[in-house]
Write a protein that binds this ligand. Structure first.
Ligand code: UDP
Length: 237
């Protein structure tokens, strides 16, 4: 699976370029669970292969890349990208649409971001749902809002499959799955403290605070095992 070797400034430059081009682009925030799911589910794999960018949201990808001889410059998470995107959007006039999370959470997130980045233009907010029956209504709302960046918080992999299914009709230049990011910004769900993130243990914090994730996170030891058994990438210079 391709993971793009990016830093935060490089991601923002890519986003600026995508907005300049104006055609639909998809960005996936990948982690080890993504890699393992992509191996089991060809449709998900195809979505990630077609996404214009797959950023290394999970620390396990940095470890794996280093071990396989193709180190990545840094972890680039959806949660930390959103405030940076909002800051740049406020300066450059990009319009953000916040889709997903529980009712009211996207509104609260938008209000917080506008407070932090005066001048930020919010094209729209809507909770909606990734259910197919709701898609035509949501696509209509988003199209009408003429957003430059669509942030979709339906959780992985639903958000990434949803963006891929509707990317042409949505026709937003940048569409990014952001998982629990609105919950973190709105204060609905606590994010791991920085020191735990620095230790590379955010995944453990999430497992303890959201035990319903255990089934999904069972794939992490499988990922570690697969990486340990893999040979370094022969393309290494
Ligand atoms: N969510 C939603 N509709 C759904 C399922 C999930 O809006 O049908 C939202 C949920 O409220 C939360 C986010 O999607 O804000 C998923 O957060 P999570 O931390 O689980 O993200 P992940 O780590 O799965 O990407």
């Amino acid at each position: 699976m391709r993971i793009d070797a990016l830093t935060y400034p490089a991601l923002l430059d890519c986003i600026a370029e995508m907005i300049g081009e104006g055609t639909p682009h998809q960005i996936a925030t990948a982690n080890p669970e993504f890699v393992m799911l992509a191996q089991r589910a060809p449709a998900f794999r195809e979505v990630l292969e077609r996404a214009e960018l797959c950023i290394a949201d999970g620390v396990g990808l940095l470890w794996a890349a280093r071990r396989l001889g193709r180190p990545l410059p840094e972890r680039v998470t959806g949660s930390d990208s959103l405030p940076l995107i909002a800051a740049r959007a406020a300066r450059q006039g990009w319009r953000l649409y916040l889709l997903g999370a529980a009712p009211g959470v996207a509104e609260r997130t938008a209000a917080i971001l506008v407070g932090q980045y005066p001048g930020l233009q919010i094209a729209g907010v809507y909770a909606g749902s990734p259910a197919e029956g709701e898609a035509p209504g949501i696509v209509g709302r988003v199209r009408q809002a003429r957003a430059d960046v669509l942030l979709v918080a339906y959780g992985a992999p639903a958000q990434d499959l949803w963006i891929a299914r509707h990317r042409q009709e949505l026709a937003v230049p940048v569409m990014l799955g952001v998982g629990g990011t609105f919950d973190h910004i709105a204060g609905v769900q606590r994010r791991a403290p920085r020191w735990l993130q620095r230790l590379g243990l955010e995944w453990l914090f999430r497992l303890v605070t959201q035990p319903r994730r255990w089934r999904r996170q069972l794939t992490i030891p499988q990922f570690v095992w697969r990486v340990l058994r893999s040979r370094p990438d022969p393309q290494t210079p």
